[in-house]
Design a protein around this ligand. Structure first.
Ligand code: NAD
Length: 260
């Protein structure tokens, strides 16, 4: 039977990439965003405009879905107040509604949850999080919320620490952080279809030869990346010394004020 998937943040950059792909892969989609969906609605899909900060509206969009792909929210460094509304309050509404309905949540976490590790250091997902701002901190909250929801209520979730999801890498950092659109699709389908996930954390990254990211739960959910940024050769190194030093790149240098 066709699975019915709620995709939040559908009108954003990645939502618009995955909506037609998941529809073509046979999923029935309920798309949602605070902004209208700018493209033709894929076949068999519907769109509901909703603000994640509105708990009743979130319960409404979650009801009846088989699983949730949660992309909605602030996706760049911003002051704490706007980040709270979408990424803390809104995310909590998603998990609370999923707890009622029992839907697995696939959450778009981010490399910015670990952005203050220096480049070149190999990490696994058990290393302590080192967020590079309020945005990254909100993703750390999401991963811990999923942990609590599984430990306390048995609600499953897959936390995808997305690196740089772009049609092609454009700078040196992306040789380590790139996630191709095809691998994003593979990863989401694996996260939806895995028989059991528990609380899983997976690097949202392609099979890049220069990756900084090691052990995770990819094998447990059946994600096998197939692309590799190294085929794009040498790429430019933009940004200041702080951006070039840390895994979070420009987010790490945004507002940096340490005297070192
Ligand atoms: N693009 C990447 O490489 C990347 C990297 C790491 C993490 N991520 C995460 O993946 C997800 C998708 O990224 P994206 O690049 O498409 O971001 P995006 O900013 O283009 O899309 C996010 C969408 O969320 C919607 N949104 C914001 N606040 C909302 C609210 N209160 N209620 C409902 N909808 C709201 C926006 O309208 C937007 O359409 C985000 O959660 C982002 O943090 C992306």
């Amino acid at each position: 039977m066709q699975k019915h998937i709620l995709l939040t943040g559908a009108s954003g950059t990645l939502g618009r990439v995955v909506a037609p792909r998941l529809s073509a892969a046979g999923y029935r989609l309920r798309l949602s965003d605070v902004k209208p969906f700018p493209d033709p609605i894929p076949e068999g899909a519907s769109f509901v405009q909703a603000d994640l900060a509105d708990g009743a509206a979130v319960s409404g969009i979650v009801a009846g879905a088989d699983a949730i792909i949660h992309f909605g929210g602030i996706s760049a460094e911003q002051p704490f107040r706007p980040v709270i509304e979408a990424n803390i309050l809104g995310l909590t509404h998603i998990f609370e509604a999923a707890r009622q309905g029992g839907q697995r949540v696939v959450f778009a976490s981010s490399n910015h949850a670990i952005g203050y590790y220096e480049r070149g250091r190999t990490l696994d997902t058990r290393d302590p999080m080192r967020p590079d701002g309020y945005y990254g901190l909100s993703k750390a909250y999401g991963e811990l919320l999923g942990r609590m929801m599984f430990d306390k209520h048995g609600l499953e979730s897959v936390h995808v620490r997305i690196g740089s999801c772009l049609p092609a890498p454009t700078e040196a950092r992306h040789l380590s952080t790139w996630l191709s659109h095809d691998d994003l699709e593979r990863l989401l389908i694996a996260a939806i279809e895995a028989p059991e996930t528990g609380h899983a954390i997976v690097w949202g990254v392609s099979a890049n030869a220069a990756s900084w990211w090691g052990e995770d739960d990819a094998a447990r959910i059946g994600y096998v990346p197939q692309d590799d940024a190294s085929r794009f050769g040498l790429l430019p190194e933009p940004g200041d010394a702080i951006a070039q030093r840390f895994q979070g790149g420009a987010f790490a240098s945004d507002g940096y004020s340490r005297d070192d």
